[in-house]
Design a protein around this ligand. Structure first.
Ligand SMILES: Nc1ncnc2c1ncn2[C@@H]1O[C@H](COP(=O)(O)OP(=O)(O)OP(=O)(O)O)[C@@H](O)[C@H]1O
Ligand SMILES: [Mg+2]
Length: 512
């Protein structure tokens, strides 16, 4: 490794990365990337799934050491041996994949590894809880500091991760898709926090697949493609189309969803569905929800965080506690699934928002994760045939555009967006009649999203029905034939495609 050329240390510069290279088995994740970040700016990093964004941020925050290249923080050379070193240099990171210890409280997670102590050296739970409560309050998050982290929904977990990073009071904050699991309202709250941090002079690096967010917040934008630095530009001097063009290196085909799909027979009827919530003042997670889904139809389920969207899908899929009342009918027949396996056998599939908890199997390779629910087709004479498995997963890997060194690469080595595509592929492989999509494109890049929308549209034309939630309203509006709105567990409105607008949906979702 050669020393960085002697340059006048610029007081304006927070970060300097020069010639950063990082290899993993079978992939060059970063290839000679150089980047300068100015003090106090919000610098957005854009790129397709697998472009190397997270890897670059992990190098900056001490998770990985680069194979080559140098890093300078506030004018000083930095050679981080771990995240603690980076924290000491003032760098905090909010990771793309949530890292909370499920069995610990929210406060214990926020202060993990740097517990507050009383003068007697005892762990000071009170101080940590008070500080956590204060941080969560600035995020306008209503979770209590003593709540078990594992019991939180993804969106709340993400807010806790953010609180954790804020508690470090870092001068450089790295956010790897912080809003991917947040609703619009929560993102707006986070944005207020970001603005406060910027007033204090915090330098922020942010990764996001939401172009609109990038263009609202960033001062400058860097685009990575296939591990290489493509361009760094002032936000004011560019446009979303130009950025996505640099990201993918080609034009993205715009898919039209305005060609109506024929609506077929009813596939799913939900009647008066109520899911109790013992111990909660409200008493229920869902109350008296009724809706229909027909073949060829995409029905969007809108609502704020905690409105019951995930619970609705999970109850249909058989992962909620079996305490619900009401009726769920598939093709006219009443069902009550007690395990996803039963739902799967009946032609129902679900892509969840939480790929860590319900989706990925770290010990299986890419092919294993995709073929998981269709294994019967790859088994001959009691043995799992490797070639059959490969043939089985080739289609879904291609259709969803998974970027992997090969079908037998480790699933944990895939980028976040590519892991999500594997889960979508897994469920498509089961050829479901009914597909439940719970925020399916979380973390997926713009190009891949467009392709996925096309795929969903094609499958609906062949008679599939889709129940969809999304943290992005524009996505719901693009895809859905109808949108139903949940507010605090109740269905408050239903709009056909032509009448659904962001404004009307938000009104119904907030009960105003
Ligand atoms: N721990 C690892 N082991 C093996 N390969 C890895 C590992 N981490 C990342 N990679 C590979 O490095 C490349 C870049 O991945 P990275 O996670 O940085 O992408 P990304 O730009 O953050 O994508 P996304 O938008 O999907 O999050 C990918 O090809 C990925 O498979
Ligand atoms: Mg990433």
């Amino acid at each position: 490794m050669t020393a960085a050329p002697a340059e006048p240390a610029s007081a304006e510069r927070a970060i300097l990365m020069r010639g950063i290279t990082k290899r993993f088995p079978g992939v060059v994740a970063l290839d000679d990337v150089s980047l300068e970040v100015r003090k106090g700016e919000l610098h957005a990093i854009c790129g397709e799934n697998g472009a190397g964004k997270s890897t670059l941020m992990k190098i900056l925050s001490g998770v990985y050491r680069p194979d080559a290249g140098v890093l300078e923080i506030h004018g000083r050379p930095a050679d981080f041996g771990g995240t603690r070193d980076a924290e000491r240099a003032g760098v905090a990171i909010i990771h793309q994949e949530l890292n909370l210890v499920e069995d610990l409280s929210v406060a214990a997670n926020v202060f993990l590894g740097r517990e507050r102590r009383t003068p007697l050296g005892l762990v000071d739970d009170r101080a940590m809880e008070a500080e956590t409560a204060r941080l969560l309050e600035t995020l306008e998050c209503r979770v209590g500091p003593r709540t078990r982290a594992g019991s939180l929904r993804v969106g709340d977990q993400q807010l806790v991760e953010i609180a954790k990073a804020l508690s470090l009071d870092a001068s450089i904050l790295v956010m790897d898709e912080p809003t991917s699991a947040l609703t619009e309202a929560e993102s707006a709250r986070l944005e207020r926090t970001i603005n406060r941090l910027r007033e204090r002079g915090t330098t922020i690096l942010s990764i996001s697949h939401k172009m609109e967010e990038v263009f609202r917040l960033a001062d400058r934008i860097t685009v990575l493609r296939d591990g290489r630095h493509v361009r760094t530009v002032d936000r004011a001097a560019t446009a979303p189309k130009e950025i996505t063009g640099w990201m993918v290196g080609r034009e993205i085909a715009e898919h039209s969803f305005h060609e109506p799909r024929p609506r077929g027979e009813p596939l799913l009827e939900v009647r008066h569905l109520t899911l109790p919530w013992p111990g909660h003042p409200r008493g229920y997670r869902l109350s008296d929800v009724s809706l229909d889904l027909h073949a060829g139809e995409i029905v969007g389920v809108a609502g704020l965080m905690g409105a019951g969207r995930t619970e609705l899908l999970e109850t249909i899929f058989g992962v909620s506690p079996p305490t619900w009342t009401g009726e769920i009918r598939l093709a006219g027949r009443g069902v009550r699934f007690e395990h996803p396996r039963e739902a799967c056998a009946a032609g129902v599939a679900m892509v969840t928002e939480d790929r860590k908890r319900l989706g990925l199997f770290p010990d299986l390779d890419v092919a294993g994760n995709v073929s998981l629910c269709s294994l019967r087709e790859a088994v001959t004479g009691g043995f799992l045939s490797r070639s059959r498995e490969e043939a089985l997963v080739a289609g879904p890997l291609r259709d969803t555009g998974v970027k992997t060194p090969g079908p037998h690469a480790s699933i944990m080595g895939l980028s976040g967006g590519n892991q999500q595509k594997c889960i979508i592929g897994r469920w498509l492989l089961t050829r479901p009649r009914i597909l439940l999509l719970d925020d399916p494109t979380r973390g997926i890049d713009v190009g891949a999203k467009a392709e996925l929308y096309g795929l969903i549209d094609r499958l609906c034309r062949q008679g599939m029905g889709v129940l969809l939630t999304s943290s992005e309203l524009p996505e719901l509006l693009t895809l859905s034939d109808r949108i139903v709105v949940l507010a605090e567990g109740r269905l408050t409105a239903e709009f056909p495609r032509g009448r659904a607008t962001e404004h009307r949906i938000l009104e119904a979702a907030t009960g105003s």
